[in-house]
Design a protein around this ligand. Structure first.
Ligand code: FE
Length: 322
C-alpha cells in the first residue's frame, strides 16, 4: 500500500476518533478523592444476533476492553412489532460471564445444561459461562406475539485465568430481590445489582469483586459514590443528562447513550443530574478490579492464549462445549 494511502487511512482514523471520543478537559480544581473523567465514548448503534438493535459502547476500534469488562451493549430501546422475533438464537460462550439486566420487555433463555428461564423488567441474569455453555436468548413467546418495548443491557465480565474453566453457573435475581437504596429526601435512588450503595448490599455472588449500580437522580440532585481505589469504573447514561466531576464550571453535560470512563485518581465518583433536562438522570455505574492478564478473544470465546481459543473452537465443533 502506498505511503499516501496509509496517510489517508491514518487521517480518517483520527477524524473518526475525534467524532467518537470527545476530548478531555483539564479540571482546574477538584476534591482530591473525586475521580476525574478520563474518556467519554459515544455508543454506536449496531445489530447483533438476529437483527437486535444495540448501542455498543465497547469493544470498538479504540477500546477493545476495559479490564475486567469485555463488552457493554444497551439492547434497544426498540419497539418489537407483534410477531417479530428478534433475539440471540443458540450460541456458545467460554471463559467469562454475561450479565443481562432488563429494563423493559421479556426474554427467555435455554441452554445446553438444561437450564431455562424468563427474565422481565428489572430482573438480572448473571451467567458464569466458565468452561462453556451453548444458549439462546430470545423474546418470550407471549411478548413476541403481542410486541412491545425491549430495553436492557448486556455486560461481559472477564474471568481470571484460574476461573476460566469453572463449572457454568446461573444466578437469576428477580427485580423484587434486588436491594433498592434511597436518600432521605427520596431524590436519589439506586438498585444495587452488585456491590454496595446507600446502605444497601447486593445479593448476587460475584467471582471477582464487582460494582453494578443503577442510579436515578431527580433534576439538580447529586451524590458521591465510594469506589475502591483499585477498581476500574465507568458510567453509562441511560436517560437524562449528567455531570460527573465536582468542578462543573466547564459545563460538561453528558447525554444519554454515552459512556464515561473514570481515571483512577480517587475513591469517589461524583454524579449530578442536570437541572435543564426533560428526564431525570438514570445511569449505570459499573466497576471492578482489573485482572491484568493476557486476553485472547474470538467472538464468544475469551481466553488467555490463542491456543486456548483454538481449543474452544475445536471443543465447540466436536460437541464438547456445554
Ligand atoms: Fe449469550
Amino acid at each position: 500500500m502506498s505511503k499516501r494511502n496509509n496517510q489517508k487511512i491514518i487521517k480518517d482514523m483520527k477524524q473518526k476518533q475525534k467524532e467518537d471520543t470527545i476530548a478531555l478537559h483539564n479540571s482546574t480544581y477538584k476534591n482530591k478523592d473525586v475521580r476525574s473523567i478520563l474518556k467519554i465514548i459515544k455508543s454506536k448503534t449496531t445489530q447483533d444476533g438476529e437483527g437486535v438493535t444495540l448501542n455498543r459502547s465497547f469493544p470498538n476500534s479504540y477500546i477493545t476492553d476495559f479490564d475486567p469488562f469485555l463488552l457493554l451493549d444497551e439492547i434497544g430501546p426498540i419497539d418489537i412489532r407483534p410477531g417479530d422475533q428478534k433475539g440471540f438464537p443458540d450460541h456458545p460462550h467460554r471463559g467469562f460471564e454475561t450479565v443481562t439486566y432488563l429494563l423493559e420487555g421479556k426474554f427467555e433463555h435455554k441452554d445446553s445444561q438444561g437450564h431455562s428461564g424468563t427474565i422481565s423488567a428489572g430482573d438480572v441474569q448473571w451467567m458464569t459461562a466458565g468452561s462453556g455453555v451453548i444458549h439462546s436468548e430470545m423474546p418470550e413467546k407471549e411478548f413476541s406475539k403481542n410486541g412491545g418495548k425491549l430495553h436492557g443491557f448486556q455486560l461481559w465480565i472477564n474471568l481470571p485465568k484460574k476461573n476460566k474453566m469453572i463449572k457454568p453457573r446461573y444466578q437469576e435475581i428477580s427485580s423484587s430481590k434486588i436491594p433498592n437504596g434511597t436518600t432521605k429526601n427520596g431524590n436519589v435512588s439506586v438498585k444495587v445489582i452488585a456491590g454496595e450503595s446507600l446502605g444497601e448490599k447486593a445479593v448476587i455472588d460475584t467471582i471477582t469483586p464487582i460494582m453494578y449500580l443503577h442510579f436515578k437522580l431527580e433534576h439538580g440532585n447529586r451524590i458521591i459514590q465510594q469506589v475502591p481505589e483499585e477498581y476500574n469504573v465507568f458510567a453509562y447514561v441511560i436517560k437524562g443528562k449528567g455531570l460527573f466531576e465536582q468542578n462543573n464550571s466547564s459545563n460538561k453535560i453528558i447525554e444519554r447513550g454515552n459512556l464515561v470512563i473514570f481515571d483512577k485518581d480517587g475513591e469517589e465518583v461524583y454524579i449530578q443530574a442536570a437541572k435543564e433536562s426533560k428526564d431525570p438522570l438514570e445511569l449505570l455505574l459499573i466497576g471492578g478490579i482489573p485482572l491484568n492478564e493476557p486476553i485472547s478473544r474470538y467472538g464468544p470465546f475469551v481466553m488467555n492464549t490463542q491456543q486456548e481459543i483454538y481449543q474452544a473452537i475445536e471443543d465447540y465443533r466436536n460437541g464438547r462445549l456445554g
